[in-house]
Design a protein around this ligand. Structure first.
Ligand code: HEM
Length: 84
């Protein structure tokens, strides 16, 4: 999402899947319809979070099992909206 000109980018689940920190350097996660760029997070190096959480996916359901809320995304930029 680009607030300077109000152009919103939409990405498919396939486009999101490439940004998993392995196929491409970018590390993106979708949550509640929004896509966040978490490339500079030290908790998501190479797209992996703790033992078994992987970027490049819609993790809306998975975060419900985490010891934290979706507030952890607040410092990350929204790069787009997940196409439904
Ligand atoms: C059992 C599963 C999980 C555990 C044990 C876990 C644990 C943690 C811990 C300890 C932190 C750092 C402390 C904090 O900022 O509160 C953290 C940060 C974070 N987690 Fe998780 N988490 C889990 C699942 C998830 C899932 C499924 C997502 C994605 C939807 C997620 C996204 C994040 C993000 C974006 C951060 C912030 C990273 C940063 O600030 O650089 N976590 N997590």
């Amino acid at each position: 999402m680009n607030s300077s000109n109000n152009i919103v980018s939409y990405y498919s689940i396939r486009e999101l899947a490439l940004r998993n920190g392995q196929d491409m350097d970018e590390i993106w996660i979708a949550c509640d319809g929004k896509i966040y760029d978490i490339s500079n997070s030290r908790f998501w190096r190479n797209g992996r979070h703790y033992i078994d959480h992987w970027a490049g996916q819609d993790l809306t359901e998975e975060i419900k099992l985490a010891p934290h809320s979706a507030d952890v995304f607040r410092k990350f930029k929204i790069v787009g909206i997940l196409k439904t």
